[in-house]
Design a protein around this ligand. Structure first.
Ligand code: NAI
Ligand code: MG
Length: 502
C-alpha cells in the first residue's frame, strides 16, 4: 500500500476501503466487468495510486440499463410515495453515519480540503437527499377546465398526472464527486425513476461507497446501478443507449454537445449542467470588507475547479486598486497542501492533464497585456498544485477572460462607466451564463443589473448562493434545464393528460 494510504491521518475504515476489491454495482450485486479492466485511482496531492477499481465498458452499461429497466417495471413502480420518501431519508441517515469515511475518501480521491468535503457532503449529500425525500409525496397533476368539441353539451373532466420518465443515465464529473452523484440520484428516485450512474473515471471512490450504502438501505435491487468507467466508451454508450429515457449530465460544454448528439437516436431527454465564466460586478459603493473575501473565495473554491466560480471580476475604477490589493493579499496567504493536512486552504488540481491545461492558460495570460498580480507558478514537489493566480487589467478580447479555465485563475477588469447596459454587455461577453453577482448598496443599480445579466443565477452582495431549494442551471452554453428545488424534479417527470366525457 502507498505511503498516503498508510498515513496516520487516515482512519482504519478508509484504509480498509482503499484496499478492498472494487467491482461494478449492477442489479443490487457487486459484479466483475464483462471485459477485464481496471481504473487506477490517484491521490492528486501525492501523485500516488491509492486504489484500483474495476472498469466498466459498453457491455456493462447494457447490463446496468437492463437491470434499471427491470427495476423500473417491477418493484419500484409499485412502491408507494411515502415509502420512497422513507428510503431517501434512510439513505441520508446512512450517509451521515458514514460522514468521516466519505470525507476522507473524497479528499484522497479529489484533493479538496477536509472541511470543504465534510461540509458539502453533509449539506449537499444528506440535506439534498432529505429535501427530495420530502418531494416524493408532493408530486401531482392538475385538473383543467375545458369543454372538448366532442362533448358540446355533456360533462367532461380533464386531468394530468406526473409520471417518472423511466431509466436515467447519470454522468458526473470529478470536481465534487459524491455531491454530483447525489444531485442526480435524489430527484430521480423521488420522481420514481431508476438510475445508471457513471461517475468520472478520475474520482470513482465515493460513488462506490454510495453503492455500498445503497445496498444496505432497503432500496430495491436495480433501482441504482453504478458503473465506474471512462467517458469515451462507456459514457458514450450510456448517452446513446436505446434503453435509456433521460441523461442527466454535469461536465464540460464540449462533452455536453456530444451527449446531445448521442441522445438524438431515441430522442431521450437531456439535462446539462456545463461550464461557466461567471461575472462578479463591484460598484464603488459596495462594502469592500465583504467584496474581497467573497471574490477571493468565489474564485478559488475547489481550486477554481467549479462551474460557478467567480472568475471574472468587473471592478469600478474608484475602488479597483484596493480590491486588487486585497484579493492578492488574501490569495497569497492561502496555504496549499494535501486536503487532509490541518490548515490547508487549497488542495491540488485533479490531474497532471488539468494542471497542464491551466498552465497553458496562465502562459497565455502572461503573453497578453494583462498584469500578473500574484501566483502563476507551480510549487516545488509532488502533487498537481498551482498557486492562486490573479490577472488585473484583463479585457474581454483575451482568451483567459473568455474561456473556462477550471483552475485557480482570476481575471479582474476595470470599468468607469455609469451606463449599466455597457457594464452588463461586458459581463455577458462569453458563451456561458451560469452564475453571477452584483455588489452595491444601491437597490436600483442592483436590480437593474440582475435584469441585464444573462445567467441562470445572479446574486446581490453574495456569489453563488447554493441550497437544495434554490434552482440552479445555465443559460446559453452553460446548459439545459435546472437542478435543485421544485424545478429540479421537472427533468425526471413527464405529463400524461386524460379527458373523460360523461
Ligand atoms: P468531461 O466533460 O470530459 O467529464 C465529465 C464526465 O463526462 C465524466 O464522467 C466523463 O467520463 C464523461 N464523458 C467524457 N466524454 C464523454 C462522452 N463522449 N460521452 C459521455 N460521457 C463522457 O470533463 P474533463 O475532460 O474531465 O474536464 C475538462 C474541462 O471540462 C474542465 O477543464 C472544465 O472546463 C470542464 N468541466 C466542467 C465541469 C462542470 O462542473 N461544469 C466539471 C468537469 C469539467
Ligand atoms: Mg474529458
Amino acid at each position: 500500500m502507498s505511503a498516503a494510504a498508510q498515513s496516520p491521518a487516515i482512519s482504519q475504515a478508509t484504509r480498509d476501503f482503499l484496499a478492498r476489491r472494487h467491482q461494478l454495482f449492477i442489479g443490487g450485486r457487486w459484479v466483475e466487468p464483462a471485459s477485464p479492466g481496471t481504473i487506477e485511482v490517484v491521490n492528486p496531492a501525492t501523485e500516488e495510486t491509492i486504489a484500483t477499481v474495476a472498469r466498466g465498458g459498453p457491455e456493462d452499461i447494457d447490463r446496468a440499463v437492463a437491470a434499471a429497466r427491470a427495476a423500473f417495471k417491477g418493484e419500484w413502480s409499485r412502491i408507494g410515495t411515502h415509502q420512497r420518501s422513507r428510503l431517501l431519508f434512510r439513505l441520508a441517515d446512512q450517509l451521515e453515519a458514514h460522514l468521516d469515511l466519505a470525507t476522507e475518501l473524497e479528499v484522497l480521491d479529489n484533493g479538496m480540503p477536509r472541511m470543504i468535503a465534510r461540509h458539502s457532503i453533509a449539506k449537499f449529500g444528506c440535506d439534498f437527499l432529505r429535501y427530495y425525500g420530502g418531494w416524493s409525496t408532493k408530486i401531482f397533476g392538475e385538473t383543467i377546465p375545458v369543454q372538448p368539441h366532442e362533448a358540446p353539451n355533456g360533462g367532461s373532466l380533464t386531468y394530468t398526472q406526473r409520471e417518472p420518465v423511466g431509466v436515467v443515465g447519470a454522468i458526473t464529473p470529478w470536481n465534487a464527486p459524491l455531491i454530483m452523484a447525489v444531485l442526480k440520484l435524489a430527484p430521480a428516485l423521488a420522481a420514481g425513476c431508476t438510475v445508471v450512474l457513471k461517475p468520472a473515471e478520475l474520482t470513482p471512490l465515493t460513488a462506490l461507497l454510495l453503492g455500498e450504502i445503497i445496498s444496505q438501505s432497503g432500496i430495491p435491487d436495480g433501482v441504482v446501478n453504478i458503473v465506474p468507467a471512462f467517458g469515451h466508451d462507456a459514457g458514450a454508450a450510456l448517452a446513446e443507449h436505446e434503453g435509456v429515457d433521460k441523461i442527466a449530465f454535469t461536465g464540460s460544454t464540449a462533452v455536453g454537445k456530444k451527449i446531445l448528439m448521442a441522445a438524438a437516436g431515441n430522442l431521450k431527454r437531456v439535462t446539462l449542467e456545463l461550464g461557466g465564466k461567471s461575472p462578479f460586478v463591484v460598484f464603488p459603493d459596495a462594502d469592500l470588507s465583504r467584496v474581497i473575501p467573497g471574490a477571493t473565495r468565489g474564485a478559488f473554491f475547489l481550486q477554481g475547479q467549479n462551474c460557478m466560480a467567480s472568475t471574472r471580476l468587473f471592478v469600478h475604477d474608484d475602488v479597483f486598486e484596493r480590491v486588487v490589493e486585497g484579493i492578492a493579499a488574501m490569495a497569497n496567504g492561502f496555504r496549499l497542501g494535501p486536503g487532509l493536512a490541518a490548515g490547508t486552504d487549497l488542495g491540488p488540481l485533479i490531474s497532471a492533464d488539468q494542471r497542464r491545461r491551466v498552465m497553458a492558460y496562465i502562459e497565455d495570460g502572461r503573453r497578453s497585456q494583462a498584469e500578473l498580480v500574484c501566483g502563476g507558478e507551480v510549487p516545488e514537489g509532488k502533487g498537481f498544485f498551482v498557486r492562486p493566480t490573479v490577472f488585473a487589467h484583463t479585457t474581454m478580447d483575451m482568451k483567459i477572460a473568455r474561456e473556462e479555465i477550471f483552475g485557480p485563475v482570476l481575471c479582474i477588469q476595470s470599468f468607469n462607466d455609469s451606463d449599466l447596459e455597457a457594464v452588463a454587455a461586458e459581463a455577458n461577453k462569453t458563451v456561458y451564463g451560469l452564475s453571477g453577482s452584483v455588489w452595491t448598496r444601491d437597490i436600483s443599480t442592483a436590480h437593474r443589473m440582475v435584469n441585464l445579466i444573462d445567467s441562470g443565477q445572479v446574486s446581490i452582495n453574495c456569489h453563488a448562493a447554493v441550497d437544495p431549494g434554490i434552482p440552479f442551471g445555465g443559460n446559453r452554453q452553460s446548459g439545459w434545464g435546472r437542478e435543485f428545488g421544485r424545478e429540479g424534479l421537472e427533468g425526471y417527470l413527464k405529463t400524461k393528460a386524460t379527458t373523460v366525457l360523461f
